[in-house]
Write a protein that binds this ligand. Structure first.
Ligand code: SF4
Ligand code: SF4
Length: 99
């Protein structure tokens, strides 16, 4: 497998404990995608009773499609870290801030 090294913001906390990538309120996907084009929902969210064993890394943000957020630059997140959790009926980026 070829490996790449990139710098991304981190997911510092996620309260969606039902997600397969969540262990102890931390996300352990390699990188998540935020946004469906309109809302800052976590596009990587996957409700499952089985959970990842990959507790050795913290998740980065691979892409964000929410161009209305002030932390979005060229479809990427440029803040240091984000928090994810329930907002209304969605699992969303709680760091979203409208321009
Ligand atoms: S940030 Fe998204 S993918 Fe990661 S644990 Fe939370 S809901 Fe799941
Ligand atoms: S802070 Fe803004 S740009 Fe970063 S992931 Fe959340 S919605 Fe996207």
């Amino acid at each position: 497998m070829k490996m790449i090294t990139i710098e991304t913001p981190l997911v510092s906390e996620c309260s969606a404990t039902e997600c397969a990538y969540n262990l102890g309120k931390n996300c352990h996907a390699r990188a998540i995608t935020i946004g469906d084009g309109a809302h800052p929902s976590c596009d990587t969210f996957f409700s499952n009773r089985n959970h990842t064993k990959a507790a050795m890394w913290a998740a980065g943000i691979g892409a964000c499609k929410v161009v209305t957020c002030q932390f979005n630059d060229d479809f990427e997140c440029i803040t240091e870290n984000i928090r994810v959790g329930r907002s209304k009926d969605e699992i969303s980026c709680l760091t979203f801030a409208a321009r």
